[in-house]
Design a protein around this ligand. Sequence first.
Ligand code: FUC
Length: 787
Amino acid sequence: MRHSIRLTAAVLLAFATFAHAQNANILWYDKPATDWEKEALPIGNGRIGAMVFGGVESERLQISEKSLWTGGPGAEGGYDYGLPAQSQAGLMRSIGKQLLEGTQLKPEEVAKLLGRKMHNYGDYQSFGELIIERETDGGPVSGYRRELDLDTAAARVSFKQGDAGYRREYFVSYPDQALVARWYGTSLQKLRVRFAAPDNRNVTIRAEGTRILIAGSLKSNGLKFAAELRVVPECGTVKADGESLRIESECQVTFVLAARTNYRMQYPSYRDAGADPVAAVASDAAGATKERFAQIFARHTRDYQELFRRVALHLDAGVPKMPTDKLRAQYGTGNAAADRQLEQLYFQYGRYLLIASSRTGSLPANLQGVWNDKMTPPWNADYHVNINLQMNYWPAEVANLAETAPPLFDFVDHLVTPGKLAAQRYFGANGWTMFLNTNAWGYVGPIDWPTAFWQPEASAWLAQHFYEHYLFSQDTEFLKKRAWPVMKGAAEFWLDALVADPRDGMLTVSPSYSPEHGPFTAGAAMSQQIVADLFVSTSAAAKLVGDKEFAKRIDAALAKLDRGLRVGKWGQLQEWKADLDEPKDDHRHVSHLFALHPGHAISMNNPELVAAARATLDARGDASTGWSRAWKINFWARLRDGDRAHKLLEGLLRDSTLPNLWDTHPPFQIDGNFGATAGIVEMLLQSQNGEIHILPALPKAWSQGSVKGIRARGDVTVDIDWDSCGPVKLSLTTGHAGPVTLRSTLFEKGFDGSVKTEGALSARKFTAKRGGQYTFTRAASVSCAER
Ligand code: FUC
């Protein structure tokens, strides 16, 4: 059927400009991308990712599917999950004992003894590329725009060539489990579409009718994969030509691409025996082509916007007037409004990226989210668990995206089974553990990179995310069924693995290693702080689920546990039990401040520790790699220093952000995007110590603004409006009944509240109802000067 209304090129392009003028949540560029890492734009549905280049004559969509991994079970030469056949517990304990006697060991020495060569660990793989070539007369192009609209999770390309206008739109639908593209031109389009697969696999590519069928298996491990492309033109013709399709159409052309593997996240086989990826992609693609584009798009935006639109951040800056690469390049050079525009865009981009790379039913967001164009990506594009995977999920609760966390929970759950073997073989302990990193194949052993291999605290740190989900949601079912087994298992491990330090009798981690520098010692601060955090949460959770016996054991251990909080000779928070810190050390890891963030043992109630944390951060300095700067935003926010947190954000945007606003370590690593997004919420709202603190670290640069829909523990959703005199209006929505303590400078002068509050002026208390709505406004009589 031909389009009843034919658009002129001018009308077509005007649409793009109009949408842009209204929407601050758009990344846009005035030229096509040539560089995958720096310029192409990411779209995704958690499982399938695509990078859009927007070439005028040749469009390139680089595709990823989260489970396409080499290595693991089925790989030639075998795979052992990082688990040794013989117990290493004796060796581990003897090293631990040496360290407890005060010896320090070089990481190289310990790695030689306890390290393990990664064997068939594998790599996350590019799935391939969809290439759409367009026949043109090569005439000049004008009005080119390439954009990523965070509000609809769609990438678009539009331009004029000759008298004709062209417009393309791309999204990856979660409800329809497919990538959908639509191309529209005001004059005849002659297109050729093909799929290019990397050569480290067995693959057949066949064009048939209006479809391209791709099926194969990885040479490495036999993992099967399949993809199917369907082309649906509203008029014109589609013809198979070898491996490609030729399309001639004067109307809209829709492309649907489905992709799957026979991976299943289950130890030990990691294969879905019954799965037929070829049949699965045929069914996905058929489903997504049953309806018109508009309906599929509407279903996609409904699903996406339910998550994305919950939160709005306005820094009183308006809509950016310049392309995003220029906005970033000129950041910090004196255009305050443009700087605020970039900051609010960057915040929402972090939320967008988490939705696009983490949805229920697939693996969690890896070091690159879901996007990867390589066969051997940096660090295998795996799951590092000494900061990176955890940081990916920091925004999930605070930025109101708890629905993105199930992939993390499912992943951690499934690691408990191999993790029990790791606890036995390396420590002779009960419970479960793992070390520095893991893959799609349940790798739970250490590796042999001396400065990064020993991190048995990983399971405890991951368990923290389960308890935090309970604290934010107050979901007791989740606590009992999902959080408790994971937490209890991690705690059982440490109950067995801790040893009494003969020097002071305190329960200590040994061997212990502070990521990723210094010597091996007993009781490095981070090890002790993470175990303490786990025990404190597990003790509380044990009481909530009614496991009195376990609560007793944990409380007894807690009483003897070294909490890893010592102030050293230059006033710093000590990284090790002995006072070894160098004031000139500017290493990117500041893991010994775990207790400040994401832990909360260092609070403003303890000025000595606060001063020590400041001294440490000052010494380490602000400049660092992407994720390290992002972590420091969170640290400074917790220290209630908004200007310093903002300075870190400035550094991140200036020096660790690519033109497509991806974080760069370097190379591209998505954790910095997520860590900074969480950090921005920490600047506006905190709730880690039993009270909800409004604008705890507001920088001077954000003198006016509003935020809507961010989350506090206790199942509270918060909206804040502020001006240069502080908060103007607070609105709270309480999902559960219970006591609320609200700290805000709003209360210090006159205010009106919709509920009666009591207590100190700085922190008002009231009892919230389930489903309650409460507002507090600054009294009109209070002038700015009085505040
Ligand atoms: C940790 C970091 C590195 C890098 C790697 C993926 O080991 O220390 O800087 O981010 O993860």
